[in-house]
Design a protein around this ligand. Structure first.
Ligand SMILES: Cc1cc2nc3c(=O)[nH]c(=O)nc-3n(C[C@H](O)[C@H](O)[C@H](O)COP(=O)(O)OP(=O)(O)OC[C@H]3O[C@@H](n4cnc5c(N)ncnc54)[C@H](O)[C@@H]3O)c2cc1C
Length: 372
């Protein structure tokens, strides 16, 4: 069996890894270099922020993130030499209106990742002395981790390139499916070169709605822009992730601190907006005032693949049995990526599933007109 994967973000690369490790021949196509879009731009928090604000199927996949990425890091490291640094810093949340619901959620779900404690100002200062003293209370999630996502992508690309059953086709934009008798017989690039595979997987993130017209189903996955700012502080300067009103700071092992983020529905526009950048800075300086002393190293934007509920589409495409989707992960593609890919691999190979696949089935997509 050989499989084509269109899109080399976290979802394409993890799908490639899951399948290639089972001995399947995998071909990965990307319109640019692999791992350059949302999956690079994200923060790498390994849990939905405020998990109680998301549907349960999102949390069901995300809860596997830390364990699966930790296993993969150990497996890939000897080949790649790249540690993608899964760091359990825990997270402080200062949104008072979420305190009760957060504590109840932790009690109801009893998932290690969502264990949380209510902290007083004294506790907060002991745990993270850089937090502004204006915060009298916080919720602390000690199990929450972050992954250094650009390194995760580098590691996946490097490892996959070492595998004899994996081929990368970078800078190749797939523009068309060749379909005969409800079967995808090939995929065609912009130069009209056709590639034939037994199965094809769509992991094109924010670009996924582009397939709707020719595949006769609305795939409602659109770009939502997010902006980020990177600071460099001394090592171990900030001890926990911090979050307030959906703005956050993520400390990396070497003292880099990733600050974000914004949400803008402006199509495929990736231009930085200074007003938005200032909003991010204001929110982060309010939490951690001393951060203002340190230099900004980088600023960027990324395009989240938003779907109506935030639940990704994972499974076989209605009407086309050898076409598969793994897309629409919105704000949580890094934390859902490992389990999404495992679920997809288990569905393709008809193996027992890590989670009930029903909530992710693309069969819920709305038909446009024609039948193949
Ligand atoms: C600012 C920001 C912060 C975020 N923070 C977090 C976080 O902390 N935790 C978390 O879990 N998630 C986070 N996310 C969300 C997460 O990054 C995304 O959900 C995830 O990266 C989506 O991965 P993907 O593989 O589906 O898409 P992408 O990484 O965008 O990859 C899609 C790929 O498809 C390729 N492609 C598209 N069309 C074609 C075509 N026709 N032919 C060939 N190739 C094609 C593109 O070039 C691209 O490489 C964040 C996102 C942003 C933008």
């Amino acid at each position: 069996m050989n499989v084509a994967i269109i899109g080399a973000g976290i979802n394409g690369l993890m799908s490639a890894l899951e399948l290639s490790e089972q001995g399947i021949e995998v071909h990965i196509y990307d319109q640019q270099q692999a791992g350059r879009e949302a999956s690079w731009a994200g923060g790498g928090i390994l849990s939905p922020m405020y998990p109680w604000r998301y549907p349960q199927p999102v949390n069901a996949l995300a809860k596997h993130a830390k364990a699966l990425y930790t296993e993969w890091n150990q497996k890939l490291l000897p080949t790649t030499g790249i540690d993608f640094q899964i760091q359990q810093t825990g997270m402080l949340i200062f949104d008072q209106k979420d305190f009760d619901i957060g504590l109840n959620y932790a009690n109801t779900h009893q998932e290690p990742m969502q264990i949380c404690q209510h902290l007083t100002q004294k506790d907060i200062q002991k745990l993270n002395p850089k937090v502004s003293k204006q915060f009298q209370e916080a919720l602390f999630f000690p199990e929450l981790s972050n992954v250094r996502n650009p390194r995760l992508l580098q590691s996946l690309i490097n490892y996959l390139k070492h595998q004899s059953n994996v081929t990368f086709h970078e800078n190749i934009k797939i523009s068309k499916f060749c379909i005969q008798d409800s079967y995808v017989t090939g995929i065609e690039d912009e130069q009209k070169v056709i590639y034939s595979h037994d199965h094809t997987i769509i992991t094109t993130g924010a670009w996924s709605a582009n397939w709707s017209a020719q595949l006769n189903l609305q795939i409602p996955v659109y770009p939502i822009q997010g902006q980020m700012v990177l600071f460099k502080t001394p090592k171990n300067w900030l001890t926990t992730m911090c979050m307030n009103e959906v703005m956050y700071l993520i400390p990396r092992k070497d003292g880099h601190i990733v600050c974000g983020s914004s949400m803008k529905d402006i199509g495929f526009d990736k231009a930085l907006c200074m007003h938005t950048q200032q909003n991010i800075l204001n929110a982060c300086f309010e939490m951690i005032p001393e951060l203002q002393k340190f230099p900004i190293i980088k600023q960027w934007t990324g395009l989240r693949p938003s779907s109506p509920t935030g639940i990704p589409y994972i499974g076989t495409y209605p009407q086309l049995s050898n076409l598969w989707l793994n897309t629409g992960h919105f704000r949580n593609g890094l934390c859902m990526g490992a389990a999404s890919a495992r679920l997809l691999r288990q569905l393709i190979l008809k193996q027992p599933c890590i989670e009930d696949p029903t909530p992710y089935q693309p069969s819920q997509l709305v038909s446009m007109t024609k039948h193949f």
